[in-house]
Design a protein around this ligand. Structure first.
Ligand SMILES: Cc1cc2nc3c(=O)[nH]c(=O)nc-3n(C[C@H](O)[C@H](O)[C@H](O)COP(=O)(O)O)c2cc1C
Length: 331
């Protein structure tokens, strides 16, 4: 039987040659002017070499200056970066892989030192993971952030990326809105799950208006906080259905407001991705701890997800994908 990991899959109009994904991983290699650097081009060329990875998701890139997370982070915040982004998309396409840009606002994960100003957040509540004490966003500012996300997605589209991914995990701004740990708002952006993902839904709508119907929109969803009083998988199933109804094309499941579990288990978020997969009809990516091609294949065959992300194993071994594909072809 042919390996499921090697089967093609379509995500809206993006046709992936297989189901192996390189998840977004910050490299800190952007040019100091915050554009794509030669170092970054070389890195992604090496990782995508041979086209063995169906989908390469580019590391979280900031949508506006007040949404930066760290130094030498890639920017999608203004049009000056578009030529560099074009080169990046071309390098990966040249290897035969598709590529999606992850776009992010760090919110209260940023520090005052990095921003030169107080970070912003849904509420003036310290981020349990990192960052400096934030100030609460006004409603006009939230509307501005929605526009910034849409403009950033428009730049990725213009640069030739195959899609865009909203970073709504790992304690960054969209996760801060989703999580009751950091969202204490009394207005329509706080309270029940649908209010806490109102900004996500507004962003998806604004992106669609910017890029049209063809361009895939992915969401990396922090599907459980694993913290007392935080989000649970039940919240995430409600959110997942609403995101699908709003036109999201794929859910990339991650979790852990406060970092991912280091259990050594391969596919440690499988219970979450399996539950999300049951809740929606769009494809779901499972990432986390996977180091062996045979296990990636088994997780797909067991219905835990539709695609598999392999992060650190690919980061430390650029031949990982080639070896994985060849081992499964030879079965
Ligand atoms: C160095 C590093 C940087 C990361 N940067 C991002 C990022 O930019 N966006 C994101 O959504 N996840 C990021 N992650 C999380 C990974 O995408 C992935 O979910 C995590 O490493 C678990 O998968 P793995 O066990 O296959 O590595 C990062 C992880 C690492 C190790």
């Amino acid at each position: 039987m042919a390996a499921r990991l090697l089967e093609p899959i379509a995500v809206r109009n993006m046709r992936l040659s297989n189901r192996l994904v390189m998840p977004p991983m910050a490299t800190g290699r952007a040019h100091p002017d915050r554009g794509v650097s030669p170092e970054m081009l070389a890195y992604y060329k090496e990782k995508s070499s041979g086209g063995y990875i169906g989908l390469v998701i580019i590391e979280h890139s900031y949508i506006s200056a007040d949404g930066r997370a760290h130094d030498r982070q890639l920017s999608v915040a203004d049009d000056s970066v578009i030529p560099g982004l074009k080169e990046l998309a071309e390098v990966i396409h040249g290897q035969g892989s598709k590529t999606v840009m992850q776009i992010n606002h760090a919110g209260s994960s940023a520090t005052e030192k990095i921003l030169g100003a107080k970070p912003v957040a849904p509420s003036a509540v310290d981020n349990p993971l990192r960052g400096s004490p934030p100030r609460e966003l006004g409603r006009d500012e939230i509307a501005g952030i929605v526009c910034d996300f849409a403009a950033a997605a428009g730049r990725a589209w213009e640069a030739g990326f195959d899609g865009v991914e909203l970073h709504a995990a790992h304690g960054f701004l969209l996760n801060q809105f989703f999580s009751p740990l950091t969202n204490r708002r009394q207005d329509e952006y706080g309270g029940d799950v649908l209010n806490r993902i109102r900004i996500h839904l507004e962003i998806v709508k604004a992106i669609r208006e910017t890029v049209g119907q063809e361009f895939p929109i992915l969401v990396r969803l922090g599907a459980a906080d694993y913290r007392e009083g935080g989000t649970t998988i039940d919240d995430s199933m409600v959110a997942a259905r609403a995101l699908e109804a709003a036109g999201v094309d794929l859910l990339d499941v991650s979790a852990g407001f406060c970092g991912f579990p280091e259990t050594g288990e391969q596919g440690f978020f499988a219970p979450l991705s399996e539950a999300i997969k049951r809740a929606v009809n769009i494809p779901v990516i499972l990432t986390g701890g996977i180091r062996e091609a045979g296990i990636a294949e088994q997780l797909l065959q067991d219905g835990k997800a539709d695609l598999i992300g392999v992060g650190r194993a690919i980061m430390s071994d650029s031949l990982w994908a080639k070896k994985a594909v060849e081992s499964l072809q030879g079965r």
